[in-house]
Write a protein that binds this ligand. Structure first.
Ligand SMILES: Cc1cc2nc3c(=O)[nH]c(=O)nc-3n(C[C@H](O)[C@H](O)[C@H](O)COP(=O)(O)O)c2cc1C
Length: 557
């Protein structure tokens, strides 16, 4: 980390530092790595920068003269600037640490189909970090079993579960929301909502209680995720009165709970999702995070409790510098996704982990989403090493251009059966029916009357299976893997190039979260120096970080 370079030319100093018997003075780069302590930065008579703690300080600005004309070190050292401490836990909101009982403002977002697996969530819970089980795409029974396992494996630790808006499978959303309340899961990540639904509002209100002094508080905290201001506004506001009344009339909430609900926003934390893996509007974080903060403050003028909502940043975070920049934008916490899929604890497969390790920042593409296929919603996936993106786009094009499977020209149908489905479309329809009869029979009933809907279900079979093939590492289907992934993955690979973290088998989520947050603390200190005119070439590479905080990392190689 050496290569420190002070800004050239005479500078004014803050004052003068005098050594004492118990003071210490070390080279500047050593002080930067000691993120837990604050230091004063000095320039000695030879022009070298150093840093000190202890000693005596006289605050009287003096001009720092060229070294030749400078008094000797015995007469004290000019203080060039101040290097404040910045631990990983100093980044973000202290209230967030308290509210969630976590060590760092570092959150692992949900990853569907159990990619954010029980093992993954447990590993982060042991680190003292909040993460969410990836319930999307799974049946309520599977999600319930995962919640039970988490309760047994990491009791009392921070963890939560995803509640995803599922317009194509409303029963599933309803059942999972009821189960999360029944099991008193302490935190829920609510995502993919464009509008507010009854299962979401019911969970929010049933999760309200009162503290010792009669004030309402959320026993089940809701962390919402949004990429648009209009959606953010809904979460920052009280739940719609029509839904509150409906729940009250049906006896699902008490009148006391209804009153509390009218005084509180729908969420406790709100993540601004920028250019992420999975569902994304590809918005720039630099505009989204401050805009969400301003909106919160505006809504808090009418709904006072909204001012306590924490704003998180997600999308594109895969390096210490990017995480430091999210905190500099005012984020109360950061939320990571793509990089976590590559971890050994994730529910993904080794072939996918290998593909992710070879990914560059531009190796991603937008492709139609299975859960909102008919709406034309897209999500961000891996492009390198798979044909899923172009194939899924082709299916959406056919769906838009034809009203039924029968309308598709015979030659095109043959191509689909040979290249994409690898079986007849009749066989796909049989499999599709088997799936939905158990999961959501209304879908089949609708398809019988509506051939366009039948076509959507058949095409969605491919979109659903393609992520199963990826998660199971099916060698026959590698070219069809659907791997949700954003540019953060490639940035992470560039950051870890040539270090032990480049090896897919070594990517433990605990090491990664600590390295990213420790690196972000170093990066923040570097910027703090730069703002005061001291430019330091600091490279927070994983190797450098491991060397400087071996107690923090599982490995120091
Ligand atoms: C493999 C994968 C699966 C995801 N599945 C979900 C999901 O089921 N629910 C959800 O709210 N977000 C999901 N996301 C989004 C993440 O929770 C997180 O918001 C996002 O990945 C952050 O951006 P990043 O990918 O740039 O780190 C997924 C992301 C990835 C990479």
């Amino acid at each position: 980390m050496g290569n420190q370079r002070a800004a050239t030319g005479p500078q004014s100093s803050i004052g003068t530092w005098y050594p004492s018997t118990d003071s210490i003075r070390v080279p500047l780069f050593e002080a930067i790595e000691d993120v837990a302590n604050s230091w004063v930065v000095l320039r000695d008579s030879s022009g070298e920068l150093s840093a000190s703690r202890g000693g005596n300080i006289e605050f009287s600005p003096v001009e720092v003269t060229p070294s030749a004309a400078r008094p000797s070190d015995n007469e004290g050292f000019p203080i060039i600037c101040w290097l404040p401490q910045c631990r990983p836990s100093s980044l973000g909101s202290r209230d967030f640490l308290r509210d969630h009982g976590v060590r760092n403002c570092y959150v692992a977002g949900s990853m569907a189909n159990g990619i954010a697996s029980v093992e993954f969530v447990s590993a982060l819970a042991r680190e003292g970090c909040l993460s969410f089980y990836g319930s999307a795409g799974q049946s309520p029974a599977v999600v319930s079993a995962a919640v039970q396992r988490l309760k047994e494996t990491v009791p009392g630790r921070p963890w939560g579960c995803n509640l995803i808006h599922s317009p194509a499978e409303p029963t599933s959303e309803d059942e999972i929301s009821r189960m999360l309340v029944r099991e008193q899961v302490s935190c829920v990540e609510a995502s993919a909502y464009l509008d507010v639904t009854a299962p979401l509002v019911r969970l929010r209100i049933q999760g309200l209680s009162e503290d010792g002094s009669g004030r309402p508080f959320a026993r089940i905290r809701v962390m919402a995720k949004a990429s648009r201001l209009e959606v953010a506004r809904r979460f920052l506001s009280a739940p719609p009165e029509a839904l509150v009344t409906q729940l009250l009339n049906s006896g699902e909430i008490s009148s006391q709970q209804a009153q509390w609900a009218r005084r509180l926003p729908l969420c406790d934390d709100l993540t601004a999702e920028a250019d992420s893996g999975g569902h994304t509007d590809n918005r720039p974080m630099a505009t989204l995070v401050p805009a969400f903060g301003r909106l919160r403050d505006e809504i808090a003028r009418d709904l006072a409790a909204t001012r306590y909502v924490k704003i998180g940043a997600a999308g594109g975070l895969g390096t210490p510098d990017s995480i430091a920049s999210a905190f500099a934008l005012g984020a109360d916490y950061v939320l990571i996704g793509s990089v976590h899929q590559a971890c050994i604890e994730s529910g993904s497969s080794d072939p996918v982990r290998q593909m992710l390790a070879e990914t560059g920042p531009a190796d991603v593409i937008m492709a139609p989403a299975s859960d909102m296929f008919e709406l034309g919603v897209h999500l961000q996936v891996l492009r390198r090493g798979t044909l899923f993106g172009p194939r899924a786009k082709r299916l959406l094009e056919l769906y838009r251009n034809h009203r039924s499977i029968d309308e598709i020209p015979a030659s095109e149908k043959q191509r689909l059966e040979k290249d994409i489905f690898r079986m007849s479309l009749d066989d796909v329809w049989q499999l599709t029916q088997q799936f939905f009869i158990e999961r959501e029979p209304a879908q089949i009933e609708k398809a019988v009357d509506d051939p366009h809907h039948q076509m959507a279900l058949i095409f969605r079979w491919y979109l659903g299976k393609s992520s199963d093939w990826a998660n199971s590492g099916d060698p026959e289907r590698q070219l069809d893997y659907q791997v949700w992934c954003g540019p953060a993955m490639g940035a992470f690979n560039e950051w870890t190039k040539g270090t032990w973290l480049a090896d897919p088998a070594a990517r433990c989520v605990g090491d990664i979260s600590r390295a990213l947050m420790h690196g972000a603390a170093l990066s923040t200190r570097r910027e703090s120096l730069r703002r005061q005119g001291v430019s330091v070439a600091l490279d927070p590479s994983p190797r450098r970080i491991a060397a400087s905080c071996s107690t923090l990392l599982g490995t120091t190689t």
